[in-house]
Design a protein around this ligand. Structure first.
Ligand SMILES: [Zn+2]
Ligand SMILES: [Zn+2]
Length: 201
C-alpha cells in the first residue's frame, strides 16, 4: 500500500480521509494531525473566538479591578502636567515683568532728568555735598570687594546690570558714607528705593 491509499479517521467528525486531508504532525499517527483540515479550521476558529472572548473578559476584569488605581494615576499625571505648566508660566512672567519693570524705571528716570535739568543738577550737587559732609568714607577697592561679595548682582532685583552705590540709611537721613552703610543696587532699584531706609543685605 502506497501512502496515497492510506486513510485515517478524523477525531472530530469521525469520517476517514486520505492523509492529504490532515496537516503534517511529528507526533500524530502516520505523521499527520488528528483532525481533518475542515474540522481543524472550524476548531481553530472556535478556539480563537473563545480565546478572544476570554481575553476581553480578562481585560475587562482587570480594568474594573484597577479602575480606581488608574483614575488616581491619570489624575496625578494631569495634576503634575498642570503644575509644570503653571511653574514655567510663572517663571516666564516673573522674568519678563522684572525686566520690563527695570526697563520702565530706567526710562522714567531718564525722562525725569531730561524734563527737569535744573532739579537734576541741584539734586546731584546736594548729594555730593551731603556725601562730603557725611561721616565715614569708603575706597574703590572696598566697594569692589562689596560687589564681589554679593556676586556682582543688585541686592533688590538680582540683575547683573551696572551697580550703583546705595546708602542703606540715606545720607539725607543722616546715614554715614562708611562701607558698612553701603549696598550695591542697580540704577532703577536705587531710584525706586529713593530716601527710604531699606536694608537689602
Ligand atoms: Zn473532520
Ligand atoms: Zn535692581
Amino acid at each position: 500500500m502506497t501512502e496515497q491509499h492510506i486513510t485515517k479517521p478524523c477525531t472530530s467528525c469521525g469520517k476517514s480521509y486520505p492523509l492529504e486531508a490532515f496537516v503534517r504532525s511529528k507526533t500524530g499517527r502516520y505523521g499527520r494531525g488528528p483532525k481533518c483540515l475542515e474540522c481543524r479550521r472550524a476548531y481553530r476558529k472556535a478556539y480563537k473566538a473563545r480565546r478572544g472572548e476570554f481575553v476581553r473578559q480578562q481585560d475587562k476584569a482587570y480594568y474594573e479591578a484597577h479602575r480606581e488605581q488608574r483614575a488616581a494615576y491619570q489624575r496625578a499625571n494631569r495634576e503634575s502636567r498642570r503644575e509644570l505648566k503653571r511653574a514655567s508660566r510663572a517663571r516666564l512672567q516673573g522674568t519678563q515683568s522684572a525686566e520690563s519693570e527695570r526697563e520702565r524705571n530706567r526710562l522714567l528716570a531718564l525722562k525725569w532728568h531730561a524734563e527737569n535739568p535744573e532739579k537734576s543738577r541741584e539734586n546731584a550737587l546736594a548729594y555730593r555735598a551731603r556725601r562730603a559732609s557725611a561721616a565715614g568714607s569708603f575706597t574703590l577697592s572696598e566697594w569692589r570687594a562689596l560687589c564681589d561679595f554679593y556676586g556682582n548682582r543688585c541686592l533688590r532685583c538680582g540683575s547683573d546690570g551696572p551697580l550703583t552705590v546705595d546708602h542703606v540709611i540715606p545720607l539725607i537721613r543722616g546715614g554715614s558714607n562708611d562701607i558698612s552703610n553701603i549696598q550695591p543696587l542697580c540704577g532703577p532699584c536705587n531710584c525706586a528705593k529713593g530716601a527710604k531706609i531699606i536694608d537689602y543685605r
